[in-house]
Design a protein around this ligand. Sequence first.
Ligand SMILES: Cc1cc2nc3c(=O)[nH]c(=O)nc-3n(C[C@H](O)[C@H](O)[C@H](O)COP(=O)(O)OP(=O)(O)OC[C@H]3O[C@@H](n4cnc5c(N)ncnc54)[C@H](O)[C@@H]3O)c2cc1C
Ligand code: FES
Length: 511
Amino acid sequence: MSHDESTPQGPDLSAGVAENALADGEMLAGHVGDDAVVLARSGDAFFAVGATCTHYGGPLADGIVVGETIRCPWHHACFSLRTGEALRAPALVPLACWTTERRDGKVCVRAKEERAAVRRAPSGTKMPERIVIVGGGAAGFAAAEMLRRNDYDGSITMLSSDAAPPVDRPNLSKDYLAGTAPEEWIPLRDDTFYAERDIDLRLERTIAAIDPRAREVVTADGSRIGYDRLLLATGAEPVRLPLPGMDLPHVHTLRTLADSRAIIAQAANTRVAVVMGASFIGLEVAASLRARDIEVHVVAPDKRPMEKVLGPQLGDFVRDLHETHGVIFHLENTASAIERDRVLLPSGATLAADLVVVGVGVRPRIALAQDAGLTIDRGVAVNEYLETSARDVFAAGDIARWPDPHTGTSIRVEHWVVAERQGQTAALNMLGAHERFEAVPFFWSQHYDMPINYVGHAEGWDDIAIDGDIAKRDCTLRYRRGGRALAVASIGRDRESLLAELAMERDIAHG
Ligand SMILES: Cc1cc2nc3c(=O)[nH]c(=O)nc-3n(C[C@H](O)[C@H](O)[C@H](O)COP(=O)(O)OP(=O)(O)OC[C@H]3O[C@@H](n4cnc5c(N)ncnc54)[C@H](O)[C@@H]3O)c2cc1C
Ligand code: FES
């Protein structure tokens, strides 16, 4: 993954390109001066925008054009070609735009210019005066950003029990933990962002209760904060195992920046680590600790890593990949106790461990909603507009269970991009936009230099149709039920992943 600006390559787009060189939906990467620019055609119109995704620097020319939007191949951000606006997370910063000029069958890219985003919230309706957001994570941050982007000028109070401002949480188990991401990549924005946009971010402020009748939230120290609209985005917390030794100082879970820092500090004095859990976070932690030259043992009850989500074929492949990097698996196994320098297995065997990381899943933080009498259904139940059962109270992110139009069922997922996109939709709906949340779920996971992309949602399937070669890291796996692909996982096929997402969106649009 790279945050670098790409070095401009390809033709000088200011010198002009033959119009018929680009068909509808095609793109050409080039440059204008020192700027990397992509020229895209949508129907009969040509657009020129920055060639590098503002999320992690993905090469947009390797993505796809859909109508007047361009989509990033890496994590599916979507930008407006007309205004550069980051329409869909995970990118939140717009692309630069250039004017284009057509003459004598050629299109030339001219001046760079800033363009205003098109306001999506309705005008003319009475705006709420006070919006309160409980949660300073993916959904909460994306909501606050979207409110101000849409010229909302009432008060925004964002309350987070975390000591750190909103951070790039997925990085905490990947490059940051491996020691390859600098500190400045981690906050989603620096402090000036909140001050400049008049977002009242209050850290280490835990909300203890909601009073929907009085339209107030109550902090742990008893003070009350009134709202006209409330967004609950309290996320999830790591499951702790009921094991002797779980509270020892070298035993960690991973959710916050403080957790990641504590693991890094412990890693400095660690020769051998035990990771409990062989799903996404556990294995990303294993990979990051291997990057620090620590001997890593993974203990998990599963037969194969990640099998429940990705199936046996990818599970076996992921296992091989980690073994090639020196990870030692103890599958179909659990721990019976943790001691100061070792982990005990039920068989009586022991594993030496200077560091233990427990990554065995998370539990949505729904207590606030539950205590306030909101409808709960294995999460906080919301409708297609992300409204909870309480008037003017919305929920988004890991806690929300919403009616997913693609599967036709209510689902709750724990994905970064979904949380951000829900935060964005909830923000617009708090301003009266009445937009359905219909985004196809997407997540990515990174192991060493290998990302896996996944679109859709499949809790079970009849079969998995594999195209390509998993071992060569060039494959697409379709998880099908009744002949229909519920989800698509891919390695090395970013464009196919985008096209699969688009096909699912079109399915939804056509009922
Ligand atoms: C290490 C790690 C790596 C991950 N990697 C990936 C990945 O690669 N791809 C992917 O798709 N997903 C990944 N995820 C999952 C992703 O980060 C979550 O799905 C996402 O953060 C959920 O966003 P959220 O806003 O619902 O919750 P969070 O981001 O967890 O934010 C919740 C916020 O609510 C606050 N809060 C909770 N209770 C209260 C309260 N009572 N009062 C005040 N504040 C409160 C918390 O302090 C926090 O600020 C990863 C998660 C972790 C931990
Ligand atoms: S790099 Fe473009 S979405 Fe992540």
